[in-house]
Design a protein around this ligand. Structure first.
Ligand code: SF4
Length: 344
């Protein structure tokens, strides 16, 4: 066993590694805590292990770390981190402080194959899936940088479609909950609508929150702005939401990016009420934050307010949310896309 990346191992893998060193089982737990909760970046930080043991571990294994390539702070306090991977691909994470919360938006893929037309990452195409440890490493790296504060909430809404990388994402979710100690109630997976992935999430992942990036109320419009809808149309997607198990007090978040003259009509609001009947949910209306070269515009505020009023009249919980960090390209995928020259 040479050159094992310790972070590439899940719990069983770490236990096997510890066994291979003839060490007692509790050492596996110590190693996991050091790597994930304390964010050990190299063997010298494995302080529960003697110098001799650290040397033995170093002979057989290493600890991978994301490379920080850029860190930009917005005037509203949002911070964007651009990370380089071992193969020089770039991903990004965005930290959003809000009261006592520090929410980290993490990436699940390098680029994205979903090609949503209002998203800059969509224009990049998919380069590759992230490994579970590369997803979790975004949390570990940011925890190190903001110490003694810590990330309190995680949303998988950065670059990529999490449920198109289901196995690695589910592994990463378990590591966030079991290894880092983030409450499953404070983790949200957002999907453009990969229906089998929604079922897999309910069957195999910890009980995290689900967000659906819906953005249209007819298949005709959704096919146009989100090609994934041709495979998993609205009826199938909302059927999967109806089946998604929700424990007491939990709701699915419906994300609705509003685009001028595309999906912001009063008829859309009324159709949305009908579509969401029987789904315990809340709606986030997000006026589009257009990027250079984007085909769509932000709707006027009156249109957004009128849309919200219709939903609220029908007792649909609705919030208007602005994208944070607009001055640092903090919307989904924009910093990495700018670096890769995509989307504009
Ligand atoms: S919105 Fe999400 S799923 Fe759609 S292209 Fe962008 S990153 Fe991919």
């Amino acid at each position: 066993m040479k050159n094992i990346n310790l972070k590439s191992l899940d719990k069983t893998g770490i236990e096997g590694f510890i066994r291979s060193l003839d060490l007692p089982r509790y050492r596996a737990h110590q190693l996991i805590l050091r790597l994930y909760r304390h964010g050990a970046a190299d063997m010298d930080e494995l302080t529960e292990f003697s110098l001799g043991l650290r040397a033995t571990i170093r002979d057989r294994a290493f600890i991978s770390n994301l490379r920080l390539d850029d860190r930009v702070r917005s005037s509203d306090g949002t911070e964007k981190f651009l990370f380089g991977l071992e193969d020089d691909a770039a991903i990004e994470a965005v930290l959003i402080p809000e009261g006592g919360r520090r929410t980290l938006c993490v990436s699940s893929q390098v680029g994205c194959a979903m090609a949503c037309r209002f998203c800059r990452t969509g224009a990049l195409g998919l380069r590759r899936n992230l490994k579970a440890y590369e997803i979790v490493d975004q949390v570990i790296a940011v925890n190190r940088m903001i110490f003694p504060e810590r990330v309190t909430n995680v949303v998988l809404m950065g670059m990529g479609e999490p449920l198109a990388n289901c196995d690695e994402v589910i592994d990463a979710l378990w590591r966030m909950v079991d290894f880092i100690g983030i409450s499953k109630r404070r983790i949200t997976v957002s999907t453009a609508g990969i229906v089998p992935g929604i079922a897999a999430l309910s069957e195999r992942a910890p009980e995290v929150n689900l967000a659906i990036s819906l953005n249209a109320t007819t298949d005709e419009v959704r096919n146009r702005i989100m090609p994934v809808n041709k495979r998993y149309p609205l009826r199938m997607l909302l059927g999967a939401c109806r089946k998604f198990p929700l424990s007491r007090g939990r709701r699915i978040t419906i994300e609705y990016v509003m685009m001028d003259g595309v999906n912001d009509f009063p008829e859309d609001a009324r159709r949305l009420v009908t579509l969401l009947a029987g789904i315990r949910c809340k709606v986030n209306l997000i006026p589009l934050n257009p990027f250079p070269g984007c085909d769509f515009r932000r709707p006027p505020s009156e249109r957004v307010l009128a849309f919200q009023a219709i939903l609220m009249r029908h007792k649909v919980r609705t919030l208007i949310r602005e994208s944070r960090g607009q001055d640092i390209l903090a919307a989904c995928g924009q910093l990495a896309a700018a670096r890769e020259g995509g989307g504009s």
